[in-house]
Write a protein that binds this ligand. Structure first.
Ligand SMILES: Nc1ncnc2c1ncn2[C@@H]1O[C@H](COP(=O)(O)OP(=O)(O)OP(=O)(O)O)[C@@H](O)[C@H]1O
Length: 247
């Protein structure tokens, strides 16, 4: 059974006269890394909100591990671009806030925290307050804060789009490492075709009017850096094909 099943889902915001998404079908496996691309306003964030359980579809259904998704849960975390970290808490307190609230055993929290601080390179900042950190470091805290929950599904909504290229490349490596060591299902929304091609084991294409999922493609260039492909016409053909799909 797939970890996530989305069946014939349609959604219309109560305040909107138009349908936002329609007829969305997709499945995702545990331990998969999925990137959703599509033009602005096509319904990518709406799809994440539905998977998170923040909103409920008027048509169709979403299931996780066979169970209907009916409300928000720490088992489906979202990292937003603005992150919403707690400025009055330090890095460690931000990362451990969720598990402490859920009364996870301290020893387990400490163990997960130590691993995450090491994987994200945040060890030397563990007592810093988040207002003291750069944008890239804040994103690391935001990722660690979700990965510490070991959610079944972890979603990133344009999380890296405000970062400079170098910092974004670092974040890609950190995300890949966290994904590989956690075994979570990760879903990334991006506008950036090169980010999609690097991070997407599966690339999910949304287009149409109202928006829908038209294709899920197994990406032959998963984890392949753009720079390594300068002389590879097949890579650029694939990139062009993706761009045409999301025009
Ligand atoms: N809270 C809301 N109330 C009413 N309509 C909304 C709301 N949020 C989104 N929409 C509409 O639903 C459609 C899909 O929006 P959504 O934000 O999911 O698209 P998106 O692909 O994530 O866009 P972007 O890439 O620009 O963030 C759009 O037409 C948008 O105007």
């Amino acid at each position: 059974m797939a970890l996530l099943e989305v069946k014939d889902v349609g959604y219309q915001y109560p305040s909107n006269s138009a349908q936002s998404i329609t007829g969305v079908n997709l499945t995702m496996a545990a331990n998969s890394l999925n990137v959703v691309i599509g033009p602005s306003g096509i319904g990518k964030s709406t799809l994440l909100n539905l998977i998170a359980g923040y909103i409920q579809p008027q048509v169709g259904e979403l299931r996780m591990n066979g169970q209907p998704i009916q409300k928000a849960s720490w088992q489906r975390g979202i990292v937003f671009q603005d992150m919403a970290l707690y400025p009055w808490l330090n890095v460690t307190q931000n990362i451990t806030f969720g598990p402490r609230m859920r009364k996870m055993a301290s020893a387990q929290i400490e163990q997960r925290l130590a691993t995450l601080l090491q994987e994200t390179g945040l060890e030397k900042f563990k007592t810093s307050y988040v207002y003291e950190l750069s944008g890239g470091l804040k994103q690391r805290v935001a990722l660690a804060r979700e990965f510490i929950n070991q959610p079944d599904i972890l979603m990133l909504d344009e999380s890296f789009s405000a970062l400079d290229n170098l910092t974004r490349d670092e974040m890609h490596q950190i995300l890949l490492e966290l994904w590989a060591s956690s075994g979570n299902c990760v879903i990334v929304i991006t506008h950036d075709i090169d980010e999609a091609m690097f991070l997407g084991q599966n690339i999910i294409i949304m287009n149409g009017k109202p928006g829908t999922v038209s294709q899920t493609i197994t990406n032959p260039y998963f984890k392949v850096a753009f720079d390594e492909m300068a002389n590879n016409p097949a890579y650029f053909e694939f990139r062009k094909m993706l761009l045409q799909q999301i025009k």
